[in-house]
Design a protein around this ligand. Structure first.
Ligand code: AMP
Length: 509
């Protein structure tokens, strides 16, 4: 079954219901949206050199056209390759080449540069909102293409916190499962409810589009095409039944925004993609009320591994509330999760190992990378590379990426635990804890942070809260921490910079 079947159904059953909005302004009904997708499908299939199953890239910031392009691609039996709009043109061109996309839709302003860098495999470069773009809608509505469950729907390039990104192949089945998991566990959605896209549709926010089409909701694109706290807060005030996906850094900015807020309309603000420290969750709850849910997933099992529900986050009277806030919740109903030991054996409750995921939401494999596919999906389980433990009630606590764990004097130290402590200091804005090679201990703990706190105060805080061996040997204040285009802190880069720094005489080490 094709993902676009949900759009076809909505177009027939709810022709007049609002489907797409810019901010609070509806710009398309479901019949209009379905017709545009069906016409685009006709236009795409009519392009010379475009055949069933071809990849079609989208390199644009959020816009309403994103929705019709995605669905037009699926309607035509093609596969989408959404590319993060914040990537450099050279990085986007690498993805075009790697995916061998035959068509690319690009936002205005980058067409010349992308044209110059286009690989030979790219047959058509179409600028969104140009006459050539509109021409693709000039034909008749195409019939909905059939899709097998394992047909490629979305080639999801991972954010690449280390090395080149990999293309996780997501099938129609994967995205239906992720959508069912969302509607069951994360955010049951009613007709007319709105999903505000302030985070990139090329990533997490985009994975939630389908559930909203399936439930006849409204996909709203922020007017700015990006994330502006004031804009989001005014949407909260004006749109009933609003949900959105937000990276933890975005939630922090919303919490810090000095303007007035109206919270009653908020359905769910879902965070994920990076750790959110307990102190920050509590501030967000105090400011916006019990409207938060957390998901843990990765491109390889999109937004779908575990979920910490709105109810769990709101349940302040629960004896283990704080512990739960520090967890990533329970397994999403679309998948199975277990903790694997060194040989993938299932570890007992409380023991720390690699988080393994299996189920219909888990990717088919990596595009053109059989070696990485075999390695990552060995034994039929997705090896997430994340380290965690599960408690007797099934709550999974993420410790860290396995490569980020610090081993000092033979003991494992999970940076996140130290970061949690440091972040509880009001003078710490952001923090990242890494390991530095050390001849005596193997590695020692180093904390990089921004904010006004003094190193001495931080050391005192750690002495009072965590074991001595976990205490940073050095606290280094910086203006900001290195981040990728999704706002994730790049520990690899930080480690490299730290290595150089540590090598310099007089660096205090
Ligand atoms: P990506 O594939 O770019 O979405 O990155 C996925 C990675 O982000 C995961 O493997 C985790 O390391 C991290 N991540 C995702 N969700 C969470 C979460 N809720 N808490 C902490 N880390 C997360």
């Amino acid at each position: 079954m094709n993902l676009a079947a949900w759009l076809q159904r909505a177009g027939r059953a709810r022709p007049e219901s609002p489907a797409i909005a810019v901010g609070t302004r509806a710009v398309a009904t479901y019949s209009g949206f379905a017709l545009r997708a069906a016409r685009l499908a006709d236009g795409l299939r009519g392009l010379p050199g475009v055949a069933a199953g071809d990849r079609v890239a989208i390199f644009s910031k959020n816009c309403t056209e994103y929705l019709e392009i995605l669905y037009g691609i699926w309607w035509a039996g093609l596969a989408a390759v959404p590319i993060n709009a914040k990537l450099h043109a050279a990085e986007a061109a690498w993805i075009l080449e790697h995916s061998a996309a035959s068509v690319a839709f690009v936002g205005a302003g980058v067409e010349a540069e992308m044209g110059a860098r286009a690989p030979e495999t790219l047959r058509h470069l179409v600028t969104i909102r140009s006459p050539a773009y509109e021409k693709l809608f000039s034909g008749d509505a195409a019939p909905l293409a059939h899709a097998e469950p394992d047909d490629l729907a979305w080639l999801f390039y991972t954010s690449g916190t280390t090395g080149r990104p990999k293309g996780a192949m997501l099938s129609h089945r994967n995205l239906f499962s992720a959508s069912y998991g969302y509607l069951t566990d994360v955010d049951p959605t009613n007709p007319g409810d709105t999903l505000l896209h302030a985070a990139p549709m090329s990533h997490g926010s985009g994975i939630y589009i389908m559930a909203h089409v399936g439930r006849f909701g409204v996909n709203a694109v922020a007017e700015s095409g990006g994330f502006e706290p004031v804009e989001v807060l005014s949407a909260f005030a004006e749109m009933p039944g609003i949900s959105m996906f937000a990276a933890p850094t975005m939630i922090k900015r919303l919490v810090d925004c000095p303007c007035e807020t109206v919270n009653d309309n908020i359905r769910t603000v879902i965070w994920g993609g990076a750790p959110m420290h307990v102190a920050d969750i509590r501030r967000a709850l105090d400011r916006f009320g019990p409207h938060f849910a957390q998901i843990y997933g990765q491109g390889e099992t999109p937004m779908t591994a575990t979920v910490l529900s709105r109810a769990d986050i709101a349940d302040r009277d629960h004896p283990r509330w704080l512990e739960r806030l520090g967890s990533a919740g329970i397994v999403n109903s679309a998948v199975e999760v277990r903790i694997g030991g060194e040989n993938d054996e299932t570890l007992p409750v409380g023991e720390t190992g690699e988080i393994l995921v299996r189920g219909d939401a888990v990717m088919l494999g990596y595009w053109n990378n059989p070696q990485a596919t075999t390695e990552t999906l060995r034994g039929g389980w997705l090896h997430t590379g994340d380290v965690g433990a599960v408690d007797e009630e099934g709550y999974v606590t993420l410790k860290d990426r396995s490569k980020d764990v610090i081993i000092s004097g033979g003991s494992n130290i999970y940076p996140r635990e130290v970061e949690e402590v440091l972040l509880s200091h009001p003078g710490v804005r952001e923090v990242s804890v890494i390991g530095r090679r050390d001849p005596e201990w193997g590695e020692v703990v180093i904390a990089y942070y921004s904010g006004g706190a003094e190193p001495g105060e931080l050391d005192e805080l750690c002495l009072g809260r965590i074991a001595r061996f976990k205490r940073p040997k050095d606290y280094i204040r910086v203006d900001s921490l290195p981040k990728n285009n999704y706002g994730k802190i790049l520990k690899t880069e930080l480690r490299e910079a730290d290595e150089k720094r540590a090598g310099k005489p007089g660096s205090g080490c």
